[in-house]
Design a protein around this ligand. Structure first.
Ligand code: AP5
Length: 218
């Protein structure tokens, strides 16, 4: 796993493909920074910052937040000391302008190492999102059927309560899938053309996906 310690990776895939679940695990195992734009935005919303206030309406409706807001947020984050050597970008880029902005922001010496596409059929994504529960304190990701906690709605890791994300309602999920198809899926061709794209069949148990990711990221 040493090679991944200096890697700069993008995890790409539809909503609910398992990017967050695996990014947390790989980042912990390999000592990489886990940069989740969704988590960053949710923290801004919770703190009611100006960015959070602007982003909330887009997020609740299942729409992407405007590129200019996201790009500035990510640029600042990857300049932080813990992201100097190795990071996983989870949920960014999601549009062609975001991908181009990322390319411009990275030097040749520290360019992207891998873009990993998490392939999962859409009907499976829907069930993963409606059943997802997240710890309100430590952010651990659970699922009422695929990955349940021992006690209902209580986090196994830290004992705090679980919450359902406001964008995991069926109406918002439909919009998120549509945004993914229209705005994010074109990135597959972009990164394929840059010879960076690697695909993983993420419609398998999380442990199997994790082991294969470790190999792909060597
Ligand atoms: P974000 O938080 O990034 O949401 P997302 O991309 O829609 O992805 P999710 O977090 O829903 O899914 P995931 O792939 O991480 O799956 P997870 O591991 O949780 O973004 C939210 C919103 O913020 C966006 O809609 C947008 O408004 C805004 N935003 C964020 N970034 C933006 C950007 N760059 N530009 C513009 N706007 C942006 O897993 C899902 C469930 O499945 C869990 O319950 C888990 O336990 C279960 N599961 C995971 N893996 C497996 C498996 N292998 N088998 C069975 N179950 C599994």
């Amino acid at each position: 796993m040493n090679a991944a310690l200096t890697a700069r990776c993008v995890f790409l895939g539809g909503p609910g493909a398992g990017k967050g679940t695996q990014a947390k695990r790989v980042a912990e195992a390999a000592g990489m920074a886990h940069i989740s734009t969704g988590d960053m935005l949710r923290a801004q919303v919770a703190r009611q910052t100006p960015l959070g206030t602007k982003a909330k309406a887009f997020m609740d409706a299942g729409k992407l937040v405007p590129d200019d807001l996201i790009i500035e947020m990510v640029k600042a984050r990857i300049a932080e000391p813990d992201a100097k050597a190795a990071w996983i970008l989870d949920g960014f880029p999601r549009t062609l302008p975001q991908a181009k902005a990322l390319d411009q922001n990275l030097s040749k010496a520290a360019s992207l190492s891998h873009v990993i596409y998490f392939a999962v059929p859409e009907n499976v994504l829907f069930g993963r999102l409606t059943g997802r529960r997240t710890c309100s304190k430590c952010g651990a990701i659970w699922h009422i059927e695929n990955n349940p906690t021992k006690v209902s709605d209580v986090c196994d890791r830290c004992g705090a309560g679980l919450v359902q994300r406001s964008d995991d309602r069926p109406e918002a999920i439909g919009k998120r899938l549509e945004e993914y198809r229209t705005l994010t899926a074109p990135l597959l061709a972009y990164y394929r053309a840059h010879n960076l794209l690697r695909e993983i069949d993420a419609n398998r148990p999380p442990d199997v996906v994790f082991q294969e990711l470790l190999k792909l990221m060597q």
